[in-house]
Design a protein around this ligand. Structure first.
Ligand SMILES: [Zn+2]
Length: 435
């Protein structure tokens, strides 16, 4: 079977879809039947479908869950007091029932992402962060998402279904709303979590914070409740779709699905906690920090979780590196990860961060160096400080040379392209001189 490398933020159901397409199969169900035959356990015990897929793409299960499924968000807050990690060996029933679970019957895509993916990868893919139904916009492009209502949407590439896609029915005001921006960041941070949060711990945190800000916790009373703040600060169209009980709410009225997060011992949907946190804290980072220090949460900083080792060593990462010509800041932006962390991971994976030096100069200088020229002379000829050049040459790996070669090819291709365009646009007389 041809098995693709999962791309950054690629949704597990979309990965199944790509396996289907690459192997000419009819449905993701058929893909799973094949995977079952190829990757089932030696002892013959049934393996949850998502674990089969993780085996096929050679990513350890907990990491696969954290990077490619919605489970960390669907099970972000649980009843157990000492929750085990997502994808742990005692969770096969949860994985079987909810491994591929989505928030919605629709599949969501961003038109800009589709366009960018098609021009960069040659095809488009389903992003996990777009499938959070209550965050119906692309955080990279800041535009409203489009949805596709069909059961087998993920079996196809998003780009092939554009004529069936419809923009979500929200007003653009939701894109500029400060609470919803925090909400989206919190949801995305929770999506990367290693393990669920115990409900009793999060109640204690929210209870203290809500009381501290002077809101009422009881169902009756005169003081404001949290849902009053939601009504004031959050666009009504978003609020009513995601919290239908908010429709027609009067001032001071207690809405259990919003105000109950401070008291209910049964976990609510994650949307309720994320909205609470976005309302109660002034920054998403602060809220996530307080959540991360709750007992037993073991929250690992986001940037450490986003991508596993397999990703940094993958062809996909090499292509991203080439696309951005080694510029760490731009690579970090593309991956939506911390710049320092990305720089370190690139270095470990044999790729040098090239923010301040041109890759072309480095490549030309290195070629001359290999053919016997002294570093000192090259430093003068190329205007790169000697120490710097020594440092770069010392770090050049086979992978780095592959990347530099790929950049040269890319440069040559774009020159040919530019030449073609110029020829097309030029007048016949000019064409004669150009050709
Ligand atoms: Zn986008």
């Amino acid at each position: 079977m041809i098995i693709p490398t999962p791309l950054p933020d690629e949704f597990c159901k979309g990965i199944l879809g790509r396996v289907r397409i690459l192997n000419g199969l009819h449905s993701s169900k058929e893909v799973l039947n094949h995977l079952r035959r190829a990757y089932c356990a030696e002892d013959g015990k049934p393996v949850p479908a998502i674990a089969l897929l993780a085996r096929a793409v050679q990513i350890v299960l907990p990491e696969f869950i954290r990077s490619h499924s919605l489970l960390p968000l669907i099970r972000a807050v649980v009843l157990e007091n000492h929750p085990t990690r997502h994808g742990a060996s005692n969770q096969s029933e949860i994985l079987r029932l909810r491994g591929f679970k989505t928030f919605s019957k629709c599949a969501y895509l961003c038109l800009d992402c589709v366009r960018e993916d098609e021009s960069f990868w040659g095809f488009s893919y389903w992003r996990r962060s777009h499938q959070i139904e209550s965050v119906p916009w692309c955080q990279k492009h800041g535009s409203l998402l489009h949805r596709i209502y069909r059961a087998d949407a993920y079996d196809h590439l998003p780009g092939s279904l554009l004529n069936e896609s419809v923009q979500v029915g929200y007003s653009k005001t939701i894109l500029e709303n400060a609470v919803l921006k925090r909400y989206a960041q919190i949801m995305n941070d929770l999506l990367d979590q290693d393990r669920p949060i115990a409900c009793k711990n999060i109640i204690a945190l929210f209870n203290k914070k809500t009381r501290g800000l002077g809101f009422r916790l009881a169902q009756t009373g005169k003081r404001k409740v949290l849902s009053d703040l939601a009504m004031e600060l959050v666009p009504a169209d978003w609020l009513i779709v995601n919290f239908p009980k908010m429709e027609g709410k009067s001032k001071g009225e207690y809405i259990s699905t919003v105000d109950g997060i401070n008291v209910s011992l049964t976990p609510f949907s994650i949307a309720a906690y994320a909205l609470g946190a976005a309302l109660l804290w002034e920054s998403a980072d602060e809220a996530m920090h307080e959540i991360s220090i709750l007992p037993g949460t073991d929250v690992v900083p986001r940037q450490k979780l986003r991508f596993g080792q397999a990703f940094w060593n993958s062809e996909a990462l090499l292509q991203i590196y080439v696309k951005h010509e080694g510029n760490v800041l731009n690579i970090a932006k593309e991956l939506q990860a911390n710049k320092r962390h990305v720089g370190m991971e690139l270095m470990n994976a044999g790729l040098i961060g090239l923010g301040s030096i041109s890759w072309r100069k480095l490549n030309l200088a290195y070629e001359e160096y290999v053919s016997g020229k002294s570093i000192k002379l090259l430093s003068e000829n190329y205007g790169i400080r000697l120490r710097r050049l020594e440092y770069y040459f010392g770090k050049i790996s086979d992978r780095m040379l592959d990347a530099l070669d790929a950049m040269e090819i890319r440069r040559a291709q774009s020159q040919i392209q530019r030449r073609k365009t110029t020829v097309k646009e030029a007048s016949p007389k000019e064409k004669a001189t150009l050709v």
